[in-house]
Design a protein. Structure first.
Lengths: 262, 388
């Protein structure tokens, strides 16, 4: 992140205050880092057993945007975290996500910076590396991105598709959005309904897991199909019915973006 | 993580949820002993596999005499049970649960899951238990009553009453019904479950409430704080290669094709499988090596893919983020030193430290084909498999 020009003002590790890592001061608590360095954004790499606590600590300290990269947080802990965040101004990206980047401006995450280009396409995704693949295709079409983020693959997450579509709708730098979904849950179906009614910009979607066997957990805790609900076919049909462009072949997402938004 | 019905019922009993008398058996001798301990018939013989639809598949039988019981046990123990959840290959029955027959007056449904949309656990209850509850939910959603657990204050007594009165329980069972639901919620929360289901929850003809069946799934992410639950895992329910992969924290699922697949990230892994199929190939596995994989983890993953004798070609698709391409390359090279590579290897490498990764691979003397794009890699691997 330092390499990408992100202004990292402090690190937090209990018991390590006063140390320096690559020139950045370390504090015992997030509250100290906020008080002394004015930190307003936090990226969380804390191990899964302690990450829920770290998210709440950041929110309580007055941090505005938190990205939790850690994967493997217990679901019932996230139930409590999500409840804790209600009514607070802090927003959470993730957990189990690559973070957020505005190419050429700021990176709060673990994505490979070199594949991004400044531009006007927003990317929202439930999967980290799939985001990289799509961004790479968009950049190779000679187009750039306004802001890209992974919302995480877990059943309970912070910002969801609809929260972000609202932000992208209001963002003058974003001309269109790529939405990358996957099997499990109903987030894509809800996004489809929202886009149809309220989202004025062009949207291209891709859904991963079109050939996933039912009943098996495919890595992401969220990516499990039970019964008929949550299949890729169902999601793609709902998106199509809402008039949204659905790309079946992942390698053709870049071309579809160029066609619709280039 | 899933457990068997008999294990779920042991947990129910620990939480004071009434269950039929009975125990699990792995042989006909054990089964006979279990039946004799129960007293006079009828007995119920239930196949213990991790899949629903056991009754329809012939894995649940009632016996009215001891003779009938013996023949039912020999039918079910060792059978390959095929249900809509096992896939066409079915699952071999290694254990049966032997229970007393219970006279049923009413069959109800009770379940708890995490509701993603509301970000909290939801309790579902229905008078239409016993049959396909998914069908009830789809066709007659008004027959399912729901209560959501507030994360701040927890499950409340009025919610238990709402459920009990909707279920139409006789007045004599209201108190025990409230206790049962409350205890089930406690079990769900204390053991970090992802699903708890009693289907059917029965009212017996002598007016008792009883969990006739039980399904408990656990949140894998929370198993680190439930060592006692980990001990309930049944290795015979898992593919040997999947078990091996678990040891190395690799997310591996065995599938039916012949193209070995290694990818970082679950979404990209699923999309890679989709692409292989789209170009006419068939993946042999799903393998997500995850974000923080070390060279050693990569090596283990590669070894597991190659130890699957159906694999005719391997596709490695890595878009490095937190996983660096040079670490990936080191892992592949390490694994290839131990195992003689007898099938074509196609590598698509992009992302963090990609140049160093490519350099390492090129210098290694490893025999592989580089593909600059995913499309080309998927097409190529399909062609190679067809040719071999």
């Amino acid at each position: 992140m330092l390499e990408y020009g992100t202004k990292v003002v402090a690190g937090v590790t209990p018991g390590k205050a006063g140390q320096q890592v690559e020139g950045v001061l370390v504090y015992h608590t997030v509250a100290d880092a906020v008080a002394e360095q004015g930190a307003n954004v936090s990226i969380i790499f804390v191990p899964p057993a302690f990450a829920p606590d770290a998210i709440m600590e950041a929110a309580a300290a007055g941090i505005g945007v938190m990205a939790c990269i850690t994967e493997g947080l217990p679901t019932l802990d996230m139930v409590r975290v999500k409840h804790y965040l209600k009514g607070r101004s802090a927003v959470l990206i993730g957990p189990n996500c690559p973070g957020i980047i505005t190419p050429g401006a700021c990176k709060l995450g673990i994505m490979p910076g070199y594949i991004f280009q400044p531009g006007n396409i927003g990317v929202i995704s439930r999967s980290g590396t799939l985001t990289y693949e799509v961004v790479d295709q968009i950049s190779k079409q000679g187009l750039g991105q306004s802001t890209c983020l992974g919302i995480g693959g877990d059943p309970i997450i912070g910002l969801n598709f609809i929260d972000l579509l609202k932000l992208f709708a209001a963002d003058p730098q974003t001309g269109g959005v790529v939405l990358i979904g996957e099997i499990g849950g109903t987030a894509e179906e809800e996004a489809a309904a929202f886009i149809k009614e309220h989202f004025p910009k062009p949207v291209v979607t891709f859904i991963a897991g079109q050939t996933a066997p039912p009943g098996r957990r495919m890595g992401h805790a969220g990516a499990i199909i039970s019964g008929k609900s949550g299949t890729a076919q169902e999601k793609m049909a709902v998106l199509k019915a809402a008039g949204i462009r659905v790309v079946v072949d992942l390698t053709k997402v870049g071309e579809a973006v160029k066609e619709l938004m280039g | 993580m899933k457990i068997h019905e008999y294990q779920a019922k042991v947990l129910f009993a620990q939480y004071g949820i009434p269950i039929p008398k009975g125990r699990a058996a792995s042989s006909s001798t054990e089964a006979l002993e279990a039946a004799q301990d129960l007293g006079p018939p009828p007995y119920v013989v239930k196949a213990q596999i991790h899949a629903g639809g056991r009754g329809k598949g012939g894995g649940v039988k009632v016996a009215q005499t001891l003779d009938e019981f013996t023949s039912r046990v020999s039918e079910i123990l060792g059978m390959t049970l095929v249900t809509h959840q096992t896939g066409p290959e079915g699952k071999k029955v290694l254990k049966v649960l032997i229970e007393e027959g219970v006279p049923i007056a009413q069959e109800l449904y009770l379940g708890i899951v995490v509701d993603r949309a509301r970000s909290c656990p939801a309790i579902m209850a229905s008078r239409s238990g016993g049959m396909d509850i998914e069908e009830v939910a789809e066709k007659t959603p008004h027959l399912i009553h729901r209560e959501w657990i507030d994360p701040a204050v927890g499950f409340q007594a009025f919610q238990a009453r709402n459920i009990i009165y909707r279920l139409g329980l006789p007045a004599t069972l209201v108190k025990s019904g409230i206790a049962l639901i409350t205890q089930l919620v406690k079990l769900f929360e204390q053991l970090d479950c992802s699903l708890v289901e009693i289907n059917p929850l029965v009212v017996t003809r002598d007016d008792r409430l009883m969990a006739l069946d039980g399904k408990v799934n656990f949140d894998d992410n929370a198993l680190f704080r439930h060592k006692e639950i980990l001990e309930l895992m049944d290795p015979s329910e898992q593919d040997p290669l999947e078990l091996e992969a678990n040891k190395f924290n690799l997310n591996y699922i065995r599938l039916n094709g012949n193209i070995g697949v290694m990818v970082n990230g679950a979404g990209l892994a699923m999309a890679t499988m989709d692409l292989i199929k789209l170009y006419g190939g068939e993946p042999a596995n799903f393998l997500d090596v995850g974000g923080g994989a070390s060279a050693e983890t990569i090596a283990n993953g590669f070894r597991i893919i190659l130890s699957d004798e159906r694999v005719k070609a391997v596709l490695v698709n890595i878009f490095g983020g937190i996983l660096r391409c040079d670490v990936l390359a080191e892992g592949l090279i390490e694994a290839a030193r131990e195992v003689v590579l007898q099938v074509p290897l196609i590598i698509r490498l992009e992302g963090t430290n990609v140049d160093r990764g490519r350099e390492l691979l090129n210098q290694s003397g490893l025999d592989f084909i580089v593909s600059p794009t995913m499309a080309e890699a998927a097409k190529k691997v399909g062609q190679l498999v067809q040719r071999n």
